[in-house]
Ligand binder design. Sequence first.
Ligand SMILES: C[S@@+](CC[C@H](N)C(=O)[O-])C[C@H]1O[C@@H](n2cnc3c(N)ncnc32)[C@H](O)[C@@H]1O
Length: 225
Amino acid sequence: MANQIGLPAGLSDYIRESSLREDEVLRKLRETTSELATGSAMQVMPEEGQLLTLLAGLTPARRILEIGTFTGYSTLCLARALAPGGRLVTCDITDRWPQIGADYWTRAGVDGQIDLRIGDATDTLKAMIADEGPGGFDFVFIDADKQRYPDYYEMALTLLGDHGLIVVDNTLFFGRVADPDAQDADTAAIRAFNILVRDDPRVEMSLVPMADGITLIRKKQRMRE
Ligand SMILES: C[S@@+](CC[C@H](N)C(=O)[O-])C[C@H]1O[C@@H](n2cnc3c(N)ncnc32)[C@H](O)[C@@H]1O
């Protein structure tokens, strides 16, 4: 789980105690994930999961696309926001992690609404665009391999309907984006991605300094016309 960056000690605890509504199914999934050898470093923090539910419900979302399932915590948060009859497509390159989450999706009663697609997400998204055409999704959550974010972003814009929202995770990348000594490929990719979105005239955007950095993106009115 990427923790909240940049808050004074104690304030993160206060926010958790005074605002987190995580239920037993989500809490158990988080605990199960933390016992894995990989740990829960890849998982969204629970406050972010709660925000995802709120945002997806606001759009409102009948069709949600998630890129990066892992053990399915964010998947469950998003699935719970689906409008009646809605569906969520979630993509991962391996079924190793999602199969852990699938049991929790069943316990939460949303498994029937989740369509898990295993494979490289670039291929999965290309196939979706070819098969289903543009504009079919109301909400896209991008949380997979960082160096592919520009490709995922472009395909998400294609797949997103006019009033939809794209949410991108880890855009502060553990604070490394602001550390001149951090020159690894993933940090460099996130820096470049942030500038790409800032300078994209097609969208409105905001980089919210919550959790590990969450960028919210929607198409500008004139792109929607
Ligand atoms: C940060 S984790 C996702 C965390 C998840 N959203 C959650 O909150 O639990 C990133 C996931 O992306 C997957 N991934 C990495 N590269 C991928 C690719 N090229 N295509 C699809 N999935 C990929 C990884 O297997 C991993 O499960």
